[in-house]
Ligand binder design. Structure first.
Ligand code: UD1
Ligand code: CA
Length: 459
C-alpha cells in the first residue's frame, strides 16, 4: 500500500457563524469541529496531516500542538481552495503518494467512507477521485459534470454554471483523493479567471481530464456525512447527527435510552448492556459505565468509572471519580474529583464528596460534606456531618474506621482519627482522636427552664 497524507482546509473565518471565534474551533460533540476530519483522516491511514490555517491560526495550531503527525501551512489571504492546497505544498515537502483533501467545516465524514474511497481510487489507478453525493436541492454546491463510464470531465461552481449544469444534482462534497505529484503541479498553475475571482481547487479536474488522467466520482451514500457547517443552525444539525450516530451505536449494543435526541454522550464513552439512560444526561471524557445501571434525568458524569447495577439519581454531578457495583448516588449528589466509593455505598441528597475513599456498604444519606477522608466499610455518616478539612491554610485528613456510627450534625475537625466500631453522638464536634469501640460525645449539658416562655409572654 502506498503512503497517504492529508490536507485539511481550515483557513476561512466562517463569517456566517457571527462569532468572535473562528468557525472550525466551534465545538461539535465536546471537541472543536476541525478535530473530527483530522481524526477521520488519521484513522483512514494518513500518516502526515497538513492543516491550512489562516484566521486565528494560533488557536488551531495550539489544538494540535501535541500531535507530531500534524503540520501547519499559513494561508494569509483566502484566495480560494486551490490556493489553500498550494499553500500546503511546503508542509508536505518530499511526500509522494495519495493526498486526501478534507475541509475543517465538513466534520461528519466517516473514516470508513475515506478508506473505501482510497481503496477504489487505487484499484482504478485514478489520479483524482472526488467524493460526491446526490442532493434534491444542490444549490450553492459545485456540480459534477461526467462522461460515459463515470469519469468526471470537470466540476463547475454554482456561480459559473450554465442553466443546464445547474440542473445536475450530483454535487462535489469538497473531499478528494489526489496523487501528490499531479496535485501540486496542478494547483501551482491555476488561474482565478471565474465568477468569484478565486483559485478553485475544482479546476484540477478539467486539467487532469485534459491530460487524459483518470478522474472518478466516488459516491457517498449518506449525504449527512458531507454536510458543511456554515452557521450555527447547521452546527446544531451536525451535533444532532453526531448524537444520533453515537446513541444508535450504544442502543444497538444494549443500552436503553428513553429519549436519545436529548441524551448527550461523548464519543468514546462506554456504557454496558441493560443500562437505562434518562433524558438530559451528559456523559463525557473517559467515562465507563457498567451493566444494568440506571442514570436518571439531568445527571452529569465526566471521567468516571461506574460499576454494574449502580443507580445515579436525578441532578447528580460526578467528575473524576469511581463508584462500585450496586451503589446508589443522589438525587443531587456532587462527587468531586478523587471520590473512590466502594460497592453498595449509598450517597444521598445534598452530599458532596472530594478525595474520599469509602468502603463497602458505607452510607452518607443526607446533607453532608466529606473531603480528604478515608472511610472504612459499614460506616453510617449521619445527616449534616462535616469533615472540617481546611484550616484556612492547609488541608487535613479525616480517617474513620470500619463500622463507625457517626450521629447527625457532627463536625470532624481534621486531622483526626476515629477508631473502628466507635459511636459519635449527635451534635458532637470531634477534635481529638477517638479510640476503637468508644463513645465520643461533646455537648453542652441541656438545661430546661420550666414556664420561662409563658412568663415572657405574660410580661
Ligand atoms: C467548495 C467547492 C465546491 C463544493 C463545496 C462543498 C471549490 C472551488 N468549490 O465550495 O465545489 O461543492 O466546497 O462544500 O473548491 N478555504 C480555505 N482557504 C480559502 C478558501 C477556502 O482554507 O482560500 C477552506 C474554507 O475554510 C472551508 C473550505 O476551504 O473549510 C471550503 O471553502 P468554501 O469557501 O466553503 O468552498 P465553497 O465555495 O463552498
Ligand atoms: Ca453542633
Amino acid at each position: 500500500m502506498g503512503s497517504v497524507a492529508a490536507i485539511v482546509l481550515a483557513a476561512g473565518k466562517g463569517t456566517r457563524m457571527k462569532s468572535g471565534l473562528v468557525k472550525v474551533m466551534h465545538h461539535l460533540g465536546e471537541r472543536p469541529m476541525v478535530s473530527w476530519p483530522v481524526a477521520a483522516a488519521r484513522s483512514a491511514g494518513a500518516t502526515r496531516i497538513a492543516l491550512v490555517v489562516g484566521h486565528q491560526g494560533e488557536k488551531v495550531r495550539e489544538l494540535f500542538s501535541a500531535d507530531s503527525d500534524v503540520s501547519f501551512a499559513e494561508q494569509v489571504e483566502q484566495l480560494g481552495t486551490g490556493h489553500a492546497v498550494a499553500c500546503a505544498g511546503g508542509a508536505l515537502q518530499g511526500f509522494s503518494g495519495t493526498v486526501l483533501i478534507l475541509c475543517g467545516d465538513v466534520p461528519l465524514i466517516r473514516e470508513e467512507t475515506l478508506a473505501t474511497m482510497l481503496a477504489a481510487h487505487r484499484e482504478r489507478g485514478a489520479t483524482v477521485s472526488v467524493l460526491t453525493t446526490h442532493l434534491e436541492n444542490p444549490f450553492g454546491y459545485g456540480r459534477v459534470v461526467k462522461r460515459e463510464g463515470g469519469r468526471i470531465i470537470r466540476i463547475v461552481e454554482e456561480k459559473d454554471a450554465s442553466e443546464e449544469e445547474r440542473g445536475i444534482c450530483e454535487i462535489n462534497s469538497g473531499i478528494y483523493c489526489v496523487e501528490a505529484e499531479f496535485l501540486f503541479r496542478a494547483v501551482g498553475s491555476l488561474t482565478n479567471d471565474n465568477a468569484q475571482g478565486e483559485y478553485y481547487l475544482t479546476d484540477i479536474i478539467a486539467r487532469a481530464a485534459g491530460e487524459s488522467l483518470l478522474c472518478f466520482a466516488h459516491p457517498c451514500p449518506d449525504p449527512t456525512e458531507v454536510m458543511g457547517v456554515n452557521d450555527r443552525v447547521q452546527l446544531s444539525v451536525a451535533a444532532a447527527e453526531l448524537r444520533r450516530r453515537i446513541n444508535n451505536g450504544l442502543m444497538l449494543s444494549g443500552v436503553t435510552m428513553v429519549d436519545p435526541a436529548a441524551t448527550y454522550v461523548e464519543a468514546g464513552v462506554e456504557v454496558g448492556a441493560d443500562t437505562v439512560i434518562y433524558p438530559n444526561v451528559h456523559l463525557s471524557g473517559r467515562t465507563v459505565i457498567g451493566c444494568g445501571c440506571t442514570i436518571e434525568p439531568g445527571v452529569i458524569i465526566r471521567d468516571c468509572s461506574i460499576g454494574d447495577n449502580v443507580t445515579i439519581k436525578s441532578g447528580s454531578v460526578l467528575a473524576e471519580s469511581s463508584v462500585g457495583a450496586d451503589a446508589a448516588i443522589g438525587p443531587m449528589a456532587h462527587l468531586r474529583p478523587g471520590s473512590d466509593l466502594g460497592p453498595h455505598v449509598k450517597i444521598g441528597n445534598f452530599v458532596e464528596t472530594k478525595k474520599v475513599v469509602m468502603g463497602e456498604g458505607s452510607k452518607a444519606s443526607h446533607l453532608t460534606y466529606l473531603g480528604d477522608a478515608e472511610i472504612g466499610s459499614g460506616v453510617n455518616i449521619g445527616c449534616g456531618t462535616i469533615t472540617c478539612n481546611y484550616d484556612g491554610v492547609r488541608k487535613h485528613r479525616t480517617v474513620i474506621g470500619d463500622n463507625v456510627f457517626v450521629g447527625s450534625d457532627v463536625q470532624l475537625v481534621a486531622p483526626v482519627v476515629v477508631g473502628s466500631g466507635s459511636l459519635i453522638a449527635a451534635g458532637t464536634t470531634v477534635t481529638i482522636d477517638v479510640p476503637p469501640d468508644s463513645l465520643a460525645i461533646a455537648r453542652t449539658p441541656q438545661v430546661n427552664k420550666e414556664g420561662w416562655v409563658k412568663k415572657q409572654r405574660e410580661k
